[in-house]
Design a protein around this ligand. Structure first.
Ligand SMILES: [Zn+2]
Length: 404
């Protein structure tokens, strides 16, 4: 027998619908909200009344309407709640504080060498950064919705609802670890997800994928990953590992990969793979890959024959790997992000578009526009901060928290 839907469920769904529209389109009026959501005027009035009473939104002025009474405008209140987003990347751990409209207020960063960050250090650093950032809020009694964390690896959902999410992040030496202890330590809800997925959320909410129904964010650094948006929603797959594009194979006899296989996309497009293709250079730049790639591009500009070959083949392989995504998902937009993805897109976007089109099926190839991420390094922490906001929009203040 299907589960009975309660009045409370309907109210919660209506509230989420109104909040989702208000997030994307504001300022707006009650009448426009009704037209956009399909909810009745009475329901819109009721939900808006509830959101005004809890301080989540505010009336911020009037808009004249043709022949009718001026319409009261509604907007989310930035100071109605705060969220924290933490990004653990290959070399850095950054936590940022945002208001309810996702304006970044402050951030703290911790750099670690050689992609090695032990769990105890990470936990201590994150807890200290969060306490410091909450301490920068000028008033006390603020509503803090929670902390989102993006990690450079897979996050396995708990087998039972009250269980811990397990993190597998080979890139920084984490195998089957959990960050759930942070929640009790900080007294905040903590949400953990794969960094490519959180950064994709940032693109969907605030970046190049905003309002795009079918988009893919490709992140290229030392690691390589992707986040897929289909029908306006992040695609997760059966156990949330979808988007591990970096470990699809493009060379059966290719170099070994950190995942245990060989010839993965990451071994060709990841920074270490790129530098490995540059004769005699891989060891020189080990642990300093961004400098190594900058040096490669300088050699390319100087017309160095080996560097020209490496860069030309990199662009061709990137087009080849992207064509797999084009043919599988038929996206409207592919966004290049990650530090290396940004470097390539800044210099060679036209060449990447051409190579992608050349390797794709013609029809989906022509539809897919390849762009550069404009969020840049702000994306990952921003995307992590969206995790608690998403939860709040869907479920409301089931766990109200205030800073002291
Ligand atoms: Zn691999």
């Amino acid at each position: 027998m299907p589960n009975k839907i309660s009045t409370q469920d309907v109210r919660r769904a209506n509230r989420a619908l109104v909040l989702r529209h208000l997030r994307l389109n504001h300022p707006t009026s009650r009448i426009d909200l009704g037209a956009m959501t399909g909810l009745s005027p009475a329901t819109v009035t009721s939900v808006v009344g509830e959101l005004l009473a809890e301080g989540t939104i505010a009336e911020t002025g009037f808009r004249s309407s043709a022949g009718g009474r001026p319409r009261t405008l509604l907007e989310p209140r930035p100071e109605s709640a705060y969220v924290l987003g933490c990004d653990i990347s290959e070399h850095e751990l950054t936590t940022a504080l945002f208001d309810f409209t996702l304006q970044q207020l402050d951030s703290r960063s911790y750099t670690f060498p050689e992609r090695q960050l032990d769990l105890a250090t990470a936990t201590t650093v994150i807890a200290n950064q969060v306490r410091e950032l909450i301490g920068t809020l000028s008033e006390t009694g603020n509503r803090v919705l929670g902390l989102g964390i993006g990690v450079p690896g897979m996050v396995e959902e708990p087998a039972v609802p009250e269980g811990d999410s397990l993190i597998h992040a080979e890139l920084i030496g984490w195998r089957d670890v959990s960050l759930s202890g942070l929640s009790a330590e900080l007294g905040l809800p903590v949400f953990v997800d794969n960094g490519a997925k959180t950064t994709t959320l940032a693109e969907a909410w605030c970046g190049e994928a905003r309002g795009v129904e079918h988009a893919i964010l490709v992140l290229i650094g030392d690691g390589v990953g992707a986040g897929v948006i289909t029908n306006g929603r992040l695609y997760r797959g059966a156990t949330s590992s979808a988007g591990e594009w970096g470990h699809t194979k493009i060379d059966l006899s290719g170099r070994p990969c950190r995942c245990g296989s060989r010839g993965c996309v990451e071994t060709v497009l990841g920074a270490s793979g790129v530098l490995h293709a540059w004769p005699g250079q891989a060891e020189v730049w080990k642990g300093r890959e961004p400098e190594g790639v900058a040096s490669l591009l300088a050699a390319f500009d100087a017309g160095d024959e080996a560097a020209v070959t490496v860069v030309t083949e990199l662009i061709d392989h990137l087009g080849l790997a992207l064509s797999g995504l084009v043919n599988l998902y038929n996206p409207q937009k592919i966004i290049l992000g990650g530090w290396l993805g940004q470097m390539i897109a800044l210099r060679f976007l036209g060449d990447v578009r051409e190579a992608t089109l050349r390797h794709s099926l013609p029809q989906p190839g022509r539809q897919a526009v390849v762009e550069r991420s404009l969020l840049g390094s702000r994306g990952p922490a921003l995307g992590a901060a969206i995790l608690p906001i998403e939860r709040y929009i869907e479920f409301g203040l089931s766990h109200p928290l205030t800073s002291s």
